[in-house]
Design a protein around this ligand. Structure first.
Ligand SMILES: Nc1nc2c(ncn2[C@@H]2O[C@H](COP(=O)(O)OP(=O)(O)OP(=O)(O)O)[C@@H](O)[C@H]2O)c(=O)[nH]1
Ligand SMILES: [Mg+2]
Length: 259
């Protein structure tokens, strides 16, 4: 990936993409945080434009992790199952509010025998995407274990979590509605943002990755502003609690910058 090459026109984000379900969202603001918008306009985003943010994708074997990444990055779909051995990764470049922003998407193996290799790549993630199959309840039940394993290697207070139901094309509306109820409960419990996608039809795939890019970017800029602000005013950082940040509860509270 050439970091200096222009960003593809269809990877440009000028607005904050919205969540799928308000009940299970990382936040429900309509726009980027005002401090982030302001910092981007004034070119005060520090090192964010030069960094690559790591995103790991975990979940049971054959739930569709590789297909999800391939649908977004290459716009392809393979109906034949080829297990991921260990890990694979793809780079995606975006431009968010005029600032270049890169995501490194790590596609990990779901098969038990490769899990050991895959888990050595979990460290340093800024976002964790946990995938389950919307047509397989066991895969939803296993998401908590996948998350626990991924969090052993990461800082639970700063990593962004996404719970993604795959293969939506295979469920009837009634089956989907039933599964969604349970999935929303799990998403709320683990404080993840919920999405439902189909890599076969492409439904919600682009919207989902745009949301991942936008929220990761926003968190990065806020962290950067906080660091520089804290340095400037003698390490004093104000913490702003806000009801529309659904998951900023005591256990996973992150300091946010205030306008
Ligand atoms: N109908 C349908 N099939 C899908 C979809 N996504 C993936 N599949 C199929 O599910 C199977 C497994 O997909 P993969 O993406 O390889 O699964 P994985 O999670 O990467 O599996 P591991 O690498 O073993 O962990 C393949 O046969 C895919 O064609 C989807 O959205 N709809
Ligand atoms: Mg795979």
């Amino acid at each position: 990936m050439n970091l200096l090459a222009p960003v593809r026109r269809d990877r440009v984000l000028a607005e904050l993409p919205q969540c799928l379900r308000k009940e299970a969202a990382l936040h429900v603001h309509k726009d980027f945080h005002p401090r982030v918008t302001c910092a981007c306009q004034e070119h005060r985003t520090g090192t964010v434009g030069f960094k690559i943010s790591k995103v790991i994708v975990v979940g049971d074997l054959s739930v569709g992790k590789t297909c999800l990444i391939n649908r977004f990055c290459k716009d392809t779909f393979d109906k034949n199952y080829k297990a991921t051995i260990g890990v694979d990764f793809e780079m995606e470049r975006f431009e968010v509010l005029g600032v270049p922003f890169s995501l490194q998407l790590w596609d990990t193996a779901g098969q038990e025998r490769f899990k050991c290799i895959a888990s050595t790549y979990y460290r340093g993630a800024q976002a964790i995407i946990i995938v389950f199959n919307l047509n397989d309840m066991a895969s939803l039940e296993h998401t908590k274990q996948w998350l626990a394993d991924a969090l052993k290697e990461n800082d639970p207070s700063s990593v962004l979590l996404f719970l993604v139901g795959s293969k939506k094309d295979l469920s009837t509306p009634a089956q989907y509605a039933l599964m969604e109820k349970d999935a929303l409960k799990v998403a709320q419990e683990i404080k993840a943002e919920y999405w439902a996608v189909s890599s076969l039809t492409g439904e919600n795939v682009r919207e989902f990755f745009f949301r991942v890019a936008a929220l990761t970017f926003e968190a990065n800029v806020l962290a950067e502003l906080e660091k520089s602000g804290a340095r400037r005013i003698g390490d004093v950082v104000r913490i702003n609690s806000d009801d529309s940040n659904l998951y900023l509860t005591a256990s996973r509270k992150k300091p946010t910058c205030c306008p």
